[in-house]
Design a protein around this ligand. Sequence first.
Ligand SMILES: [Zn+2]
Length: 192
Amino acid sequence: MSLLEDLQKRSGNVCELCAATDNLEVYEVQPKSTGGLDGSLLGCSTCIGQIEDPDTTDANHWRCLNDSMWSEHEAVKVIAWRMLSRLKAEGWPKDLLDMLYLEDDTLVWAKETGEGVDESEKIIHRDVNGVILENGDSVVLIKDLKVKGSSMVAKQGTAVRRISLDRENAEFIEGKVGPTQIVIITKYVKKI
Ligand SMILES: [Zn+2]
């Protein structure tokens, strides 16, 4: 069976968000790393259009999430979470969002597009000079750092390549010193 057929079967051939029966298509939930049946939903053109273009979002259309947010399918829950986050200033979406429970992995997925995150709430990592750090950057340590839980000291001047950012805390990055993955405080590094 094709993905479309699988989704038609799963959904009973209705939009998995608003239950519309016309103009249904496969929608792969961004980012498309998951793909396949678990990473997709069957959506109508109205829902998909509004997901893709925030300027056209009609809050009332999304009252359908009252029902569909209880779907057992992660892809549907992720979109419910994103759309409710986008619309939370309306009031009622915030109430639904408070009731919507996502497993940790699913929540990470839901947040991956930055939907519903205010600019002011975005976590920005900066080095000692205030330079913004991104995943994959290289940094150098500006002082000797004791590595927690070991006797190792990472020396001042050590380069740490391909850092990864702690998603939840702007003060922490991770990177490898020698073979060891360590957590480093951003104020002790300088971007190179
Ligand atoms: Zn729909």
